[in-house]
Design a protein around this ligand. Sequence first.
Ligand SMILES: Nc1nc2c(c(=O)[nH]1)N[C@@H](CN(C=O)c1ccc(C(=O)N[C@@H](CCC(=O)O)C(=O)O)cc1)CN2
Ligand SMILES: [Mg+2]
Length: 286
Amino acid sequence: MTVLMDGRKLSKKIKEQLRVRVEKLEKSAGIVPRLVVIMVGQDAASQIYVRNKQQAAKKIGIQTIDNMLPEDTKEEEILNLIYEYNEDPNIHGILVQLPLPAHINEENVTHAILPAKDVDGFHPVNMGHLFMNAPHSLPCTPRGIMELFKEYEISPKSKNVVIIGRSNIVGRPMAALMINADATVTIAHSKTLNLSKLTQQADIVIVATGQPQMLTGEDIKKDAVVIDVGMNRLPNGKLVGDVDQASIDGIASYLTPVPGGVGPMTIAMLMKQVVEFAERSVKNDC
Ligand SMILES: Nc1nc2c(c(=O)[nH]1)N[C@@H](CN(C=O)c1ccc(C(=O)N[C@@H](CCC(=O)O)C(=O)O)cc1)CN2
Ligand SMILES: [Mg+2]
């Protein structure tokens, strides 16, 4: 039987723990964690994710400062906004929702955020810390996956891990986290040959390709752990991952469902990093 790793349930537990931490922080140091949210344009999926982040923050006691900007906002305006928030000592974290409209250079924007306020862990300084096994903040989806491993007592140590996808927000940081956890890691991508041969030898397969249901039961070995990062809307409106859940069922030992697996954990980890940053601001004040 394949165990479904319940990210929705775990994320609720984590968010409740964070609510208690925020309450304590306010009582002991008079600090309310503050997160700047910057969203540019009208991307339908991003609007849902941002709304979910704002709602999660509210429940936990994190204050959001929302900047919902029109599609035609100039890159310079976004950079100036970020510079202002970088300087504001009352702001603990800055989040720019991705993707950005095509006329804006994503790199320029994510690199403008002060590493100490980079709650998404996308800044090259934070990526560097992660690759040197001394992380400051982490990209939220990979961190959420590590929390799921911990919750289900799955140790990556000495396991063969195949990650399909080499994006900056999932594949690459995921590889670093897995190396740091003593796994043996292969990163596969669109130019990889004989992909199925690689995945069939993996103890853990992490799929982040954006290709609906591309990984099937034939691609994995018995009892593999399968992590599905995909989020694909089919023409009939159904949301599916990059894994063909039906054909994996009974072959994989564990699987993250879509929806309800990795997605909710991404938001919980963002909240966790905002709270961690706010707590650090007290320590740094002493
Ligand atoms: N600045 C960032 N941008 C983006 C990130 C990120 O971590 N930081 N990740 C993704 C989008 N994302 C968060 O922003 C995200 C995606 C999906 C979910 C989620 O909870 N999905 C649900 C299903 C939701 C639905 O019905 O559409 C699930 O899996 O159950 C949360 C966050 C890209 N951009
Ligand atoms: Mg296939």
